[in-house]
Design a protein around this ligand. Structure first.
Ligand code: TYD
Length: 137
């Protein structure tokens, strides 16, 4: 997929006899400054979430419990990425169509974003996304 539209980031695990800990800092493990955090849980196995792209938003998605899969589409190529570990994050740039599916019962998907929620930043129509993404290639 073109110039790092998305990437997997493996986090450093701080482990001792108490258990494990992962620390994420702005502009360090997180490649931007976080303005918003949300999490998705109790999604049924058969449902598909997402089905949108953003004009201008960076996100880091971490499956802190359970697992789920992402379909990532940059208008030229589609890839599937499965998240099943709290030790890795999926960084997604703007103008990437994503669909999230195959949720395990215990899935908790934590999402860090570089901006506040803004419905105007969403592209929810796939054909519109294709047009905008092609213009921006
Ligand atoms: P949406 O982003 O469409 O969810 P998904 O892509 O995971 O299927 O958001 C679902 C609803 O939640 C929608 O009505 C907008 C609302 N919402 C907020 O109010 N704030 C947020 O930060 C997010 C991500 C969604």
């Amino acid at each position: 997929m073109k110039n790092n539209s998305y990437k997997i980031i493996d986090f450093n695990i701080i482990g001792d006899n108490l258990g494990k800990l992962i620390a994420l800092e702005n502009n360090n493990q997180i490649p931007f400054e976080v303005k918003r955090v949300y999490y998705i849980y109790d999604s049924l196995h058969h449902i598909i979430r997402g089905k949108h792209a953003h004009y201008n938003l960076q996100q880091l998605c971490i499956c802190v419990s359970g697992s789920c899969s992402f379909l990532l589409d940059d208008c030229q190529e589609k890839n599937i990425v499965k998240l099943s570990s709290p030790t890795r994050g999926l960084y997604i740039k703007n103008l990437i169509w994503r669909e999230i599916f195959d949720f395990s019962k215990d899935c908790v998907l934590l999402v860090l974003a570089d901006d506040y929620y803004n419905e105007n930043d969403y592209i929810r129509d796939y054909n519109h996304f294709i047009n905008i993404a092609k213009e921006n290639r």
